[in-house]
Each structure stands twice: as C-alpha cells, then as structure tokens.
Design a protein around this ligand. Sequence first.
Ligand SMILES: [Fe+2]
Length: 302
Amino acid sequence: MNQISPEIAGMQRNIDNIEIRPLAAALGAELRGVNVAAGVNDTQMAAVLDALHTHGVIVLRDQHLTPQEQVAFCKRLGPMRVSFMTEVSVPDAPELTIVSNIVKDGKPIGLVDAGALWHTDGSYLPQPDMYTVLHAIQIPQRDNVALGDTCFMSTAAVYENLPADIREKIHNAQGVHSLSYHIQRKIEGNFKAPPAKDTKPDVLHPAVIEHPVTKRKGIYLTEGHTKAIHGLPDDESRQLLDNIASFATQTKFLYRHKWREGDLLIWDNIGTQHLAITDYGNMPRRLHRAGISSPFNIFMQH
Ligand SMILES: [Fe+2]
C-alpha cells in the first residue's frame, strides 16, 4: 500500500527548513522540521496547510503535546468544532475528543471503534469538518509492531479514475448522509456503535465536490454514512454506492498510516476518506481528536 514511484519519492521540498516526504503514490506525506510545542511561525503554518492540501494527510512525528498545546495549534487551522459527545471530551479541553478503548469505572473513557467503516468526519452534519487533527498518546504494539493503523483514500484520485459511466451518473447527484444509517451499519457489523441518542437528521451533500483550495474534484459518498443517492430507486442506488465503494478501496488510491506515540496526524476531510483498523482487542489505545470547521463554503458550487 505504501509503494511510491521514484519520481514522487524524490519530490522533497524545503520551505523554511520543512522537509516534505511523500508516503504513498495517491496521498500522504511526512513533514519534518516542525516542532509544534516550540511554536509554529506563519511561514511554517502556510507550508503545513499547503502540504495538507497537496497530500491530503500529513504526519508530524514526535510531537508530545499537552491538550492545551494541541488546541492552540488546531486553532491556527480554523475554528474548532466542539463535539456534541461531551461525555468523551478531554478534561479541561472540550475541543478535544478522546478516541480510546480504555475502560475506567466500568465505562470507556472515549469513543471506541471510531471509524471502522470508510467515512469522512462529520459528513452527516450540514457543515462537515474541513480538517481533523489526531494526536497519538498511547499506541498498542505486538512484537514491536504498532496496531490500530488508519487507512486513507484520495477522493480525487478515485474520482479521476472512475469509469466514465459511473462518473456521469454521480456528476450532478446528491448523497443522503445519515448518522442513524451509520449506527445501523455498525450494529450489523458487530462494531461498537455510539449511543442511539446521538442520531441527527439526514442531510444531502453533492456526490462530487470540488476542493475549495486545490480545485480537484473528488467523490463525497462514503461506505459508512451515505445511505442512498437522492432520487434513485433503492436497488439502483445501493448497487451504485456498492460499486463505487469497491472501486474506491483499491490499494493504488490508499495510504496506510502506522502510528507512533507522539504522531500528530492532520487530514483534509474533503480530499480524503479514512478507515480505522481495529486489530488490537483490549490492548490500551488513546488518541486525542480535534475537528476543524471549514473556513470555506465547501458546497458553494451547488
Ligand atoms: Fe473519522
């Protein structure tokens, strides 16, 4: 999954001492030379955003941050969304959500099995998150190999390679995004679902979105949340969504992130989708997640 062409492997750049190392052909890059706790200047911040839009998902390694340091960095990316799931927020940092399987006093301290189906964060909301920032606090290992990888997909690479007949069908279509459908899928798949009280009204979003910065078009239909293509008969809609989902998950469109403690991973929710691999059982795992609202009108073309 992490094969990259020699041309891309050699495409490293230096901006204000930041080194950018692409991690896979379709998306993903590591940024070296940024120390978030020490402070990020405006030039570095512009380079971080540029790399984020270009590569879809970027990792800054060895960032051991307090919740307050993570929040201060995230605010540089845009307005932070405070999750409605307040029972799993980081103490004294309501902008951060705990993603964890750790149980304390009989209750999980965070979201368990967050993202076990392909999705993009907040697509079931009228205004989804533009970026997500996930900080690795505790990562399980077996035989010195990290568990709980996160896989990413380039939505633009998928769109650009879709068979013409499928592209034509979704060009002006809208997807129905549904949290209750997502919960149902999780229950059917024996994943741990969030409590039913977290349901929200379904929302419509364009099936194809032009990225507000890169102007690349990408699919905005997900395995996890897109219940239907609006206006199509149920069987036709299901068939089309299943065809797109199986096409989109080809290795050539993906990057698989192997976590290290201290990783600060940032992804662009318009340019990517992601999937959590839950292969660590009860081994403790903890990450702190932030959702950043869009500084752009993502859906302005419709
Ligand atoms: Fe997610």
